[in-house]
Design a protein around this ligand. Structure first.
Ligand code: AMP
Ligand code: ZN
Length: 114
């Protein structure tokens, strides 16, 4: 996906404030942080949305979840964090490359405001 911004970040074509990287996962700070700690964990493989993930993607999704608390603690959110995956139009997804938001560093507000 040459026109996908997160694929381009994963390939190093666009800079990011890297938090973690391995063969299949990258984590980087959100460019518009909504909490003192706010970073994104992405699979390097292009998966557009959680709704398009397949059973073969389960291991990388599991690894993303397992990494979240460790990276959150590293980043200064040792007392807890919120993790969010926005999916599709009603989910408020803006970037169509699956990403896990990790937010913390202070108590989070009420989960949903309608
Ligand atoms: P979502 O609404 O879940 O798709 O969230 C997309 C997130 O990506 C937003 O919080 C943006 O601030 C963030 N974002 C967009 N472009 C970049 C970028 N180049 N580097 C870091 N974060 C980005
Ligand atoms: Zn992509």
């Amino acid at each position: 996906m040459s026109d996908c911004i997160f694929c381009r970040i994963a390939k190093g074509e666009i800079p990011c404030a890297k938090v973690y990287e391995d063969d299949e996962i990258l984590a980087f700070k959100d460019i518009h942080p909504q909490a003192p700690v706010h970073f994104l964990i992405i699979p390097k493989k292009h998966i557009a949305t959680l709704a398009e993930a397949t059973p073969e993607d389960a291991p990388v999704l599991g690894r993303m979840l397992e990494l979240a608390p460790r990276l959150a603690a590293d980043q200064g959110a040792a007392e807890g964090f919120r993790s969010i995956i926005n999916t599709g139009r009603h989910g408020g997804q803006e970037v169509y490359h699956l990403h896990l938001h990790v937010l913390g560093g202070q108590p989070m507000p009420a989960m949903l405001k309608y």
